[in-house]
Design a protein around this ligand. Structure first.
Ligand code: ZN
Length: 439
């Protein structure tokens, strides 16, 4: 490719610098962002929060209603200086955290940084597409084309269907990959799901890589052939079509997480298991972790749940293992999220140990940090808790590249797609194999 591309770090630095430059003319000298006044801070600022050193404080920050971008690597079981949070917050939320004793430093104007990042590398922008320099990311329609191509190129082992429709009526496609793909054979089934949170575009690319790898590799790679012949692999690349479209369509990244129903529901807090049970989601429709008005109120969640239920044959769940991909923080996580106990109702010591073992095996291959979902603070109504708690599927959540950061964490340039999705090939294979070994 001939067009010039700035290095990732430079883009992030430029974005941060530009944000301040843009913000300045609108503010009087006395109204410069001031940690104490909060007055001149942007409507939504990016902040770094320091000073949380124990579980109670992780919960206080994580459940304060702010948009937590980055989970720190230091879980509750680690000793050390505590956790650094990157959050998006209003000046009022920042002030509240300060009054609770945390150091809360403004690092940028969220809206200005999104605007700056949306320019890409400054080339020609196509309407409805990712910015110049990010074009290799797939829009919803490009993903539909890609999944259909996998089927038409490999009709004997790939079959596309829809698990249901989004709030705005878009299909949520699933691709099944197996030998004798038209038949429901008695083989362990595996599920991969991606891009539930709209702005986490790298995850859609992850699922696209999985289905292309298992279809294109079938003819020549004996290891892939063995997996495809002995498993039924289901992949849902985009669980939130409306949100994904919305995040890109206007020509400016929206930093959008939720679905597009009313003010948006965080579908990963809307699943019908321990929904809203434990302070691990918000009842405020404006919050980024809004759980919705009732369990499974989001059509996208209903579609996933219905699909999982449809794989119960003769009273037995056929799907044995699952990964839901998110960004970012570089983590491999397992249930439960609703409780910070390792062992709980629906999770024996033996099961917890098996989750830890498989999780660590996968983390050994991609360099992510393995931990329980609740290691920082509880979350309720998540897909992983539902798939394990209700369906007894060995369900994991990955937080992909990068390990930390602000807005750039959601929008790495498209050069990162290849290395950062390939990074998970071995972990994916471990899970596919594990599906045949777990009870
Ligand atoms: Zn996510």
């Amino acid at each position: 490719m001939s067009r010039k591309r700035r290095a990732f770090g430079v883009v992030a630095a430029a974005a941060a610098g530009a944000a301040l430059l843009i913000a300045q003319p609108a503010l009087s000298a006395s109204a410069q962002p001031n940690p104490d006044s909060g007055q001149a801070a942007p409507a939504r600022g990016l902040y770094k929060v320091l000073g949380a050193t124990n579980t109670e404080q992780y919960r206080q920050v994580g459940q304060s209603g702010v948009d937590v971008l980055n989970h720190s690597h230091l879980g509750r079981k680690a000793s050390g200086p505590g956790v650094e949070f990157d959050i998006v917050a209003t000046p009022e939320q920042a002030a509240t955290l300060r009054s609770q004793g945390y150091t809360v430093n403004l690092t940028g104007d969220w809206a200005a940084m999104l605007k700056e990042r949306s320019k890409g590398d400054g080339g020609q922008r196509l309407a409805g597409d990712f910015p110049p320099g990010d074009e290799k990311y797939h829009t919803y329609q490009e993903m539909v084309d890609e999944i259909n191509k996998a089927q038409s190129d490999h009709p004997d082992i790939a079959k596309v269907s829809s698990i249901g429709k989004s709030h705005e009526g878009r299909d949520i496609p699933v691709i099944k990959i197996s030998d004798n793909v038209a038949q429901d054979e008695n083989e362990p089934e595996v599920l991969f799901t991606c891009n539930m949170h709209a702005r986490e575009h790298l995850t859609g690319e992850m699922c696209i890589r999985i289905f292309n790898r298992f279809t294109d590799g079938y003819a020549n790679d004996p290891a892939i052939k063995d997996m495809v012949d002995n498993r039924e692999i289901y992949i849902v690349p985009m669980q939130n079509p409306d949100g994904i479209e919305f995040d890109v369509a206007s020509g400016e990244y929206q930093g959008w997480r939720k679905n597009r129903q009313d003010q948006g529901t965080d579908t990963n807090r809307n699943f019908d298991f321990k929904w809203g049970c434990c302070g691990g989601s918000s009842g405020n429709p404006g919050a980024e972790d809004y759980r919705g008005p009732s369990a499974a109120s989001a059509p996208e969640v209903q579609a996933i749940q219905k699909f999982a239920e449809s794989r119960v044959v003769d009273g037995k769940q056929q799907i044995k293992a699952h990964v839901d991909f998110h960004t970012f923080s570089e983590l491999v996580m397992w249930p439960f999220g609703w409780t910070d106990n390792d062992v709980a109702e629906g999770m024996t010591q033996e099961e917890a140990t098996r989750f830890q073992t498989i999780g660590k095996q996968m983390a050994d291959t991609n360099g992510y940090t393995p931990q329980q979902l609740s290691d920082l603070y509880p979350t309720d109504g998540t897909i992983c808790d539902y798939l394990w708690g209700k369906q007894r599927i060995w369900s994991f959540a990955f937080e992909m590249y990068p390990s930390g950061g602000g807005i750039d964490g959601f929008y790495p340039p498209d050069e990162k797609i290849e290395p950062e999705t390939a990074r998970n090939d071995k972990a994916v294979d471990i899970l596919v194999k594990a599906a045949g070994e777990v009870p």
